[in-house]
Structure formats: C-alpha cells, structure tokens
Ligand binder design. Structure first.
Ligand SMILES: NC(=O)c1ccc[n+]([C@@H]2O[C@H](COP(=O)([O-])OP(=O)(O)OC[C@H]3O[C@@H](n4cnc5c(N)ncnc54)[C@H](OP(=O)(O)O)[C@@H]3O)[C@@H](O)[C@H]2O)c1
Length: 243
C-alpha cells in the first residue's frame, strides 16, 4: 500500500534522518511502500537525501519550498495532490532558532522565527488537515521541542514559537480525534544537527543524534491506525544540556 508522506526540512538534521528511516523501514518491510516528498529551501540538500532514499528503493520527490511563504505552501500542496491525489502523513519538522540573550533579540530575529515556526507550520498544517479531515484518515507529526514546555535563558523567541506550536498541536488534536486523524507531538532535547553549528565541542558530546529521534517518529507512524502515539519526549541521558 502506498503512503504519501511529506517531510518539511528534510535536507538536514532530524528531517533528513526521518527520511532515511522511512526508507530503511521499506527495506525491512517490503509491503510498506512510502513515497517521500522532501522539502526545504535548499534544493541540492533534498535532492541528495532523495538520491540516498532512492538507492534503497524508496520513491521520492525533492521539492524546493519555503514554508514561511504562503505561495510556496500552495505550490507544494497543489503538486502533491495533483500527482498523488492525497496525503497520508505530514511531518512538520522545518524549524529555525536564533539563540541569544533576551535583550539582544532583534525584530528580524523575531519575525524570521515566527514566520517559519509559527506561521509556516500553522498554514501548512491547516491545508493538510483539511484534506485529512475530509478523507477521515491521516497522521500529522510535529517536531516541536523540549523548549515547548521548558524554558532556557537563550531561547526566548524560539521558546515562544515552540510553546505556540504546542498550542496548535493541542487544539488540532480536538478536531483530529473527531475524524480519525492521528496527531503526534515529538519533543526532543538537544540533538546534534546543523542547528547547533555554533555550539562548543563540550556540548556536542552530550547531545542525542538525529537517528535517535527518527526511529521513534517512524515507529509512531507504523503503529496500527487505531492507535495514536500522542507524545514522545526524548532527552540526552544526562538531561537538558543547558539547564
Ligand atoms: N537540534 C535540536 O537540538 C532540536 C531539538 C529539539 C527540536 N528541534 C526541532 O527539530 C526541527 C529540526 O531541527 P534540526 O536540528 O534538524 O535543524 P537543522 O539541522 O537546522 O535543519 C532544519 C531543516 O529545515 C529546513 N528549513 C528551515 N527553514 C525552512 C523553511 N522556512 N522552509 C522549509 N524548510 C526549512 C532547513 O533547510 P533550509 O535552510 O535549506 O531550508 C533544514 O533542512 C526543528 O523544528 C527544531 O526546532 C531541534
């Protein structure tokens, strides 16, 4: 059976690892037939992840798209629906962070973070949920963060955006339960990805790896459709690194 799966921010980090894990599961379970639509703003990144997945036998569509841009969201979904007629899973993974002291945050930092993490995530989710609500099936997975419920001094705007995503998850779930759609909120602590490019080496050794997040995400999707894994919390074994 075909599964049409859209992963945002699939060019790097956690999104890339989720794409590779879906692909690995296809190799393990030949009856599982995912078609992965991989989006990010950098086409060369999603193209190279696509090639890796294809080399494992998984069908992929790399797509250049900025989820902060409403026109891009429409073009992405129009393409998915015109090509495949439906969508079975959205992994809302694309996200950005600017980590500074509260008083150093600029208007540009604020607008950039909100436009991707809040506006982009909201409107992409709204449009995908509309399709799933009508067909009465589907699964929307959010990669929020431990920062969606725990505060860190350097995460003021990022935390606002992630608390906001959690607000969307919880409201959406009220609608989703009425139409057989599964919602999963994944809240990781620190994961070693390009998002942490400026972190020192001492931090790096304490972090989780992207594949540690990808495996439970894909496992949640592969649960029987009667079962929704509603929340997944993952932390480095030593706890939050900047608490
Ligand atoms: N790393 C962590 O410690 C951690 C912990 C908890 C939660 N998270 C969350 O996990 C998600 C992934 O984080 P990550 O660490 O994997 O980040 P990352 O390594 O920086 O990768 C982010 C991906 O999202 C894409 N992206 C960013 N803005 C986009 C936009 N407007 N439209 C489309 N794609 C966009 C990026 O590609 P382009 O820049 O080319 O578009 C990239 O492929 C984020 O939502 C993040 O908040 C991360």
């Amino acid at each position: 059976m075909q599964h049409i799966i859209l992963i945002t921010g699939a060019g790097k980090g956690i999104g890339r690892a989720i794409a590779l894990e879906f692909s690995r599961q296809k190799r393990i379970q030949p009856a599982f037939n995912p078609i992965l639509i991989l989006c990010s703003r950098t086409f060369s990144d999603v193209e190279s992840v696509s090639e890796l997945c294809r080399s494992e036998g998984t069908k992929t569509v790399p797509f250049e798209s900025d989820i902060a841009n409403m026109g891009d969201i429409d073009r992405l979904l129009d393409h998915v629906l015109a090509t495949f007629g439906t969508i079975d899973c959205l992994v809302n993974n694309a996200g950005v962070g600017r980590f500074k002291n509260l008083c150093d945050i600029t208007e540009d930092d604020f607008d950039y973070t909100m436009s991707v993490n809040m506006k982009g995530t909201f409107f992409l989710t709204q449009k995908v949920f509309d399709v799933m609500e009508k067909k009465r099936s589907g699964h929307i997975i959010f990669i929020t963060s431990i920062a969606a419920e725990t505060s860190f001094k350097s995460s003021s705007v990022y935390a606002m955006s992630k608390f906001g995503q959690k607000g969307l998850v919880e409201t959406l779930r009220l609608y989703a339960r009425e139409c057989n759609v599964r919602i999963t909120n994944v809240m990781p602590g620190a994961v070693l990805t390009p998002m942490w490019d400026e972190a020192g080496d001492s931090f790096r050794n304490l972090m989780m790896m992207p594949e540690d997040i990808a495996k439970p995400v894909v496992d949640a999707y592969l649960q029987p459709s009667r079962t929704a894994i509603e929340e997944i919390v993952l932390r480095p074994v030593g706890g939050d690194i900047n608490s």
